[in-house]
Design a protein around this ligand. Sequence first.
Ligand code: PA5
Length: 470
Amino acid sequence: MENRIRLDVNHMMADFLGMQYGIERASVDALEPALKRAQAAVEGKRGQGWLGWMELPYNQEQVVEKIEKVAARVRAEFDTLVVLGIGGSALGPSAVQQALNHLRYNDLPKEKRNGPKLYVEDNIDPERMASLLDVIDLKTTCFNVITKSGATAETMSQYLIILDALKKAVGDDYARHIIATTDAKKGNLIKIAQKEGYDTFIIPDGVGGRFSELCPVGLVAAACCGIDIRGLLKGAADMDQRCKTDEVWKNPALLDAGLMYIAMQEMDINISVMMPYVDSLKLMADWYAQLWAESLGKNVTRKGMAVNVGQTPVKTLGVTDQHSQLQLYTEGPYDKVITFLAVDEYRNETPIPEGCEDIPDVHFLCGKSHNQLIQAERQGTEYALYKSGRMSQTITLPKVNAETVGQLLYFFEMVTAYTGELLDIDAFNQPGVEESKIASYAVLGHSAEKYTAKREEMKNRPERKADYVL
Ligand code: PA5
């Protein structure tokens, strides 16, 4: 298939980096039985438990039809769409919008946009909400409230603020301005949505937040903004087919999981840097960071054995971060693997015109293009990392479009699922996030027993010392 993304792992391997810093092919061979078991386990659980997301490329025909219908209404009735959500309910919609729409989409005049302006509000900084309300007109704004659990404080507090503002701005007509995306049964949002009669989309069972971009969580905003959601799903299906084999060197996600596993478990490569050389893929690094961190950062195996595993994801952007972080990557600790995201073809061509004829160091750029310059800089960085014995891999999209982005999203989801199997951890829970949540509800004065108990527990923390506060 012409439009397929490619994974190039040459610079991960000992053939390039030597045995001290690279992965020997024999190590991959030795891992092969475990990789085959991981592939079989993931494939065997397709559609079950928390692997419901594996079926999303195939089982959403009716959902897509409904999304297209609601999107047509949103496009006809509203100038602005605001997503209220956090974590998996926000990172995917942001990443896909950045990838597949104009890079300055919201700044375009209405007739040049593919739909309403889009804001994804994934924080509760009061200044942020105030600033949003300064720039939107509630009368022409639609809100997509997204929460799988239907109970997330950040999202539900945003909902309350917007509901109140909408009632003041549009009176009884407020329900027309709200779309709910949530679980079919769990949580509060579904009850509210049913009572209020909001347009509602269901996040299917087995689709956790960070694996949810290819269900209504991501597809609603994308369709409203004119993105080809069928193309996204087609791309995901294509990657899924590529992952049907347990032959390691034919299944890109399986190979990548194997290499990442060897890097983190055998070589102490504890940091995974994602460096897109494509502005439209900049927010893919944010989306990936959540997927990788929340899925793999665990302290116990599925059998209950204590471990502390996971790789710290770092989000960067080429070429921008060549001028901020690359120094560390080439000369700092040998603890990172860099994943470049590249394209064969950018969607624009920016030639560099003639000028500065009397300054050879500037003039040499003339007649070239930004396209050539950014590709050369990516290759230069790849070479610098290779020369300093640092692992890198490159994922190339022939072009950024709905199908290749669908492939990319699904690829990383599969790499994460396989790596979770290899590490024998539960890649689909996030118990480590709970402590902070309970403690913050306790601070806020929630009266339920678990929070009052936590408030008491928190009092036992040692007193802060004045000496340590300057
Ligand atoms: O991946 C996850 O499950 C989490 O990061 C959630 O996406 C995040 O906590 C938001 O949860 P919810 O969609 O329930 O509001």
